[in-house]
Design a protein around this ligand. Structure first.
Ligand SMILES: [Zn+2]
Length: 323
């Protein structure tokens, strides 16, 4: 009996000491383990549909969240569709943020297939949208009365090209992010956009020319908020080529109004603007629609604010604005 007791005590001591050893070993390797897990901790992921939405989101959440832009650099969003792999990854994200209004051609498919992740459509909440059929303002509430409210008809989706309206979009996004528990936001971007809007108001207040001829019809909101008129060579998507009638209407406008410049853009074929140039005396200049950034622009760390500032500088010169 005594022997058995001694044996049990011994066994217990061995087990205990071996546990201690293990504990010691564990303690020794613990810092490394912590370091490994810290680097492996995955940040929450938010998906955004294209550049202006990505820029707003990224500026607000800064580096606490991984913000993934669905459309790669230099890809034009009007003809983009996510791959099945991307859709599968989006299932695992915390939020999906779109602009809405048809620029994301896959929007309905996404709404049907992803039910577990909040999908925010920022421009859905904007108040004064432009209906391209009759150039009237549309109340978003009216759209929602329709049971097929995803069918937003012919409303201009280029809401971000007016800094005034982009500021409203930023306010909407702040509320939506906070609603979804992203509360530690860096809100300095709000003031930067307000400053940009103030600069646009001031610098474009008195311009000799008020008629813009743009490449694709991306500047309606800009034109409305800063008192210009827009005529586009392409229609709402740069993938819809203009007809001979459209081109001749642009040429007539240039001749009647004695315009000196028309605007082209980096990711749209220059063949029509070059044809117009041959028929008239205009110079063809670039105006950035901010739908996507080139790899070169990304590597130079250009962003929405700096490109919109450079657009403003060019517009001031070309439209002969005095201030
Ligand atoms: Zn566009």
């Amino acid at each position: 009996m005594k022997k058995t007791l001694i044996f049990i005590t011994l066994l217990f001591t061995i087990i205990l000491s071996s546990c201690n050893n293990e504990k010691q070993e564990n303690t020794q390797i613990l810092p490394d383990k912590i370091a490994q897990t810290t680097t492996k901790v995955e940040k929450p992921v938010i998906y955004t549909s294209f550049y202006p939405i990505y820029f707003l989101t990224k500026s607000l959440v800064w580096d606490e969240v991984d913000v993934i832009n669905l459309v790669p650099a230099w890809w034009e969003p009007h003809d983009f569709e996510p791959t099945l792999k991307q859709v599968a990854e989006m299932w695992k994200s915390k939020m999906i943020i779109l602009n809405w209004l048809g620029i994301e051609s896959y929007e309905e498919k996404l709404l049907e297939s992803i039910k577990n992740v909040p999908i925010v459509m920022i421009s859905e909440q904007l108040k004064n949208l432009i209906n391209l059929d009759n150039n009237k303002k549309v109340k978003t509430a009216d759209l929602h009365d329709d049971e097929h409210w995803h069918d937003h008809g012919n409303i201009d989706p280029h809401t971000w090209l007016s800094p005034k309206q982009y500021r409203d979009m930023a306010d909407i996004l702040v509320v939506e992010l906070e609603k979804n528990w992203f509360t530690n936001l860096d809100k300095s971007i709000l003031q930067k956009i307000s400053d940009l809007d103030a600069k646009y108001n001031k610098d474009l207040e008195k311009c000799k020319m008020i008629q813009l001829v743009s490449s694709h019809a991306a500047f309606w909101y800009f034109a409305r908020d800063y008192w210009f008129r827009q005529k586009a060579i392409f229609w709402i998507s740069p993938n819809q080529e203009p007809s001979a009638k459209d081109i001749s209407a642009v040429i007539t406008l240039i001749k009647n109004q004695k315009l000196k410049y028309i605007f082209s853009e980096q990711f749209v074929s220059p063949k029509f603007s070059e044809a117009i140039k041959l028929e008239t005396w205009v110079s063809v200049l670039n105006l950035h629609p901010l739908e996507t950034l080139s790899q070169d622009e990304e590597s130079k760390k250009l962003d929405y604010i700096s490109i919109m500032e450079s657009n403003l500088w060019d517009l001031k010169t070309w439209l002969e604005c005095s201030n």
